[in-house]
Design a binder for this molecule. Structure first.
Ligand code: PEP
Ligand code: MN
Length: 337
């Protein structure tokens, strides 16, 4: 439910409403606008029946939020969410490119690729320390050691770090190294993990599940917001279809759909969507044209030797070339890069 307050509502009115709503076990979120304050209320809606909200002093109207997801919806918040990650703004007019290797391999190789992607214009460094691999015999990532390497690369380049968290038990250590916590596609519906990152002070990038509908995707994001963390970024990374020519099928229509249903920033990961180096650039360009707020792209200096996802990695020089094309497309759609 959204409680719209009168312009004349006082701080006492707000405190009283928050108190009553909290008292029946619901969670209120107060948003102070320039003209009006609204209070979003989420939780078991049956509990609301015992609170005569419309009768409270300062209340103009109380409206139900009709979508199944509440806090992530445009109904709850009309203006785009803009997230500041160590000075890099995600969701504003300027697009952001997150780039780096699929997995952290050695400290030297990470540092070298970090310097290259920075020079190309990427503003966030990606790299997995904990890798969700289909086979238990495949390289699982360097774990905590990988996090140390990421911190070292940040120290040297100044690039904020995004890295995947797979296990709630790792979160206390991960927040010391990561600037954005990534929830991978395979964990999109790991609800305990979602609630746990929802209590963190770090922004979270949630990747769409392999077979998730947009409704399921947004409901997963809702778990994070409902736990208190409103700094969530959505990432379309391809879904499973009958098509086998590409690793997954990049659902580009998800970009305008998500942007219309939700106020959260939307990033596109063409690398995992297509799974082939040659297809990354065209889909990255299409994503910018479709209105994405940024891209996540895998880059490796020696894809043949990569421990993970070498077949979809761009060489640093290919990223540099792509960036200048992306810039032109960004300008054509009224954005900066
Ligand atoms: C990744 O970004 O490293 C990754 C594993 O991606 P996804 O979860 O989208 O498969
Ligand atoms: Mn990968």
């Amino acid at each position: 439910m959204i409680i719209v307050l009168k312009p004349s509502a006082t701080e006492e009115d707000i405190a009283h409403i928050v108190d009553r709503v909290t008292g029946v076990g619901l969670s209120p979120f107060v948003k102070r606008g320039t003209e009006r304050t609204i209070i979003g209320v989420v939780g078991d809606e049956r509990l609301l029946a015992s609170v005569p909200v419309s009768a409270f002093s300062g209340v103009e109207t109380a409206l139900p939020i009709l979508s199944p997801y509440k806090l992530v919806s445009r109904e709850f918040k009309q203006e785009d969410t803009v997230i500041d990650v160590e000075g890099v703004v995600i969701g504003g007019n300027r697009l952001v490119v997150m780039a780096g290797p699929c997995s952290v391999e050695t400290s030297d190789s990470l540092l070298s690729v970090a310097e290259h992607v920075k020079a190309a214009g990427a503003r966030i460094l990606r790299g997995g320390a904990f890798k969700p691999r289909t086979s238990p015999y495949a390289f699982q990532g360097l774990g905590m050691e990988g996090l140390e390497y990421l911190s070292r690369a940040k120290e040297k380049t100044g690039l904020p770090i995004i890295t995947e968290v797979m296990d709630p038990r790792d979160i206390p250590t991960m927040v010391k190294h990561a600037d954005i916590l990534q929830i991978g596609a395979r964990n999109m519906q790991n609800f305990r993990l979602l609630s746990e990152v929802g209590t963190c002070s770090k922004p979270v990038m949630l990747k769409r599940g392999l077979s998730a509908t947009i409704k399921e995707f947004l409901l997963s994001a809702e778990y994070i917001l409902a736990a208190g963390n409103h700094r969530v970024i959505l990432c379309e990374r391809g879904i499973r279809t009958f098509e086998t020519a590409t690793r997954n099928t990049l659902d580009l229509s998800a970009v305008p759909v998500l942007k219309s249903l939700s106020h959260l920033p939307v990033i596109v990961d063409p690398s995992h969507a297509v799974g082939k180096t040659a297809l990354v650039a065209p889909m990255a360009k299409a994503a910018v044209a479709a209105g994405a707020d940024g891209l996540m792209i895998e880059v490796h200096e020696n894809p043949e030797e990569a421990l993970c996802d070498g077949e979809q990695a761009l060489l640093p020089k290919a990223l540099t070339a792509l960036m200048s094309e992306l810039r032109q497309i960004a300008h054509a759609v009224g954005r900066d890069l």
